[in-house]
Design a protein around this ligand. Structure first.
Ligand code: ADP
Length: 352
């Protein structure tokens, strides 16, 4: 008497939702999973074909943990990298906004590689692309696929591409893509990571040949570890270098201004920029954070307790705070590493 046939039901009862996804009449699906699956149903209330036979818990994980509905980064938040921004706009944002124009000869590549030292804004660019193109952003770190999701990685990749397909236009950002698509280690390679890599390449091939509006962005600090198959699929390869002097000045000003703490003169800002040659964007952020603690530490040293301290009584952040901070925050990228990126850019980069 309790049997509910697996047929369309716009009311979406627990039993029906489960059966529509798994083909079984089993009421064990939790409320949050059911809600999440219902959100993926089309306007007709049908559960998408692509997601059938995928494990509901993996679809839920992709929707709740990997999908970022509001990436909240715009081009104006990113210092420098003008050339990369211009190329990305033409190569990926316009095609996502106007797929009708970017067909045939103009059809865009679906794979973009951002490579360069850590902390230079690669993830920010990925988020800004999604923001500027009104696309759904999916972020996954490839190392979590190979470590945390051992055994389930392949299924999670299928769920990731499946959900992205239902949320077009979509940008899938794969951080540390080298750990997924590294050069085959012949004998040493684990069977499971080989399968994971194959699945990933199959999914990429699938959307590359179709009309789906999905862009895959891979980011890496170790481009030299990518194999030929990966390079071939990531048709555009952009070098994201360390920030220029102007970009470093912009980061300092922007971060301090946000908190109303920017009182440095142009000469002082320039002096800090001269001292921070070789610092990445993320090193600069750490430096500003450390320097902005200077006025607070000084006020506390004068005996005012933290609970009694009046914010307005603190002096502004000064050059000397940066000089102290420079002793704590060192650049995280060495010049020998930079040489490797430049060489790889000359050989395989799109803008060399
Ligand atoms: P990556 O992905 O290249 O390792 P991220 O994009 O995650 O680096 O950057 C880390 C942090 O460093 C950002 O959240 C931002 O605060 C800062 N940052 C790095 N590059 C830039 C940049 N070009 N402009 C502004 N901030 C930057």
């Amino acid at each position: 008497g309790n049997f509910v046939p697996p047929i369309r039901n716009n009311g979406g009862s627990a039993c029906n939702m489960t059966s529509r996804v798994t083909g079984k009449n089993d009421d064990s699906m939790g409320d949050s999973t059911r809600k999440c699956l219902e959100m993926l149903c089309g306007p007709d209330g049908e559960f998408p074909e692509k997601l059938r036979n995928l494990e509901p818990r993996l679809i839920e994980h992709v929707s709740n943990e990997i999908m970022d509905k509001d990436p909240n980064v715009r081009w104006d938040d990113i210092a420098g990298l003008e050339h990369a921004k211009k190329c990305v706009t033409e190569m990926v944002i316009w095609p996502l906004l106007r797929p009708d124009i970017f067909r045939g000869c103009r059809s865009p590549g679906r794979g973009l590689l951002l490579f360069g030292p850590p902390g230079t804004g690669k993830t920010m660019i990925g988020k800004a692309i999604a923001g500027e193109a009104n696309a759904t952003f999916f972020y996954i770190s490839a190392s979590s696929l190979t470590s945390k999701w051992i055994g389930d990685g392949e299924k999670l990749v299928r769920a990731l591409f499946g959900v992205a397909c239902c949320r077009q236009p979509a940008v899938i950002f794969v951080d540390e893509i080298d750990s997924l698509l590294s050069q085959r280690k012949s004998d040493g390679e684990h069977e499971s990571s080989r399968r994971l890599k194959t699945q990933f390449l199959i999914e990429m091939e699938g959307f590359d040949s179709g009309n789906d509006q999905i862009l895959l962005i891979g980011a890496t600090n170790r481009p030299q570890e990518l194999d030929e198959a990966a390079r071939r699929r990531l048709t555009k390869r952009l070098y994201i270098p360390l920030p220029s002097t102007e970009a470093r000045a912009w980061i300092i000003r922007n971060l301090l201004e946000k908190d109303g703490l920017f009182k440095l003169s142009e000469e002082e800002t320039n002096a800090i920029c001269m001292l921070t040659e070789g610092y990445s964007g993320s090193d600069m952020k750490n430096l500003v954070k450390d320097a902005s603690m200077g006025p607070l530490r000084e006020a506390l040293q004068q005996g005012v307790g933290i609970t009694k301290l009046n914010k307005e009584d603190m002096r502004p952040v000064m050059l000397k705070d940066f000089e102290t901070a420079l002793q704590q925050v060192r650049p995280s990228v060495s010049s020998s590493e930079l040489g490797i990126y430049e060489e790889w850019n000359r050989q395989f980069g799109s803008l060399s």
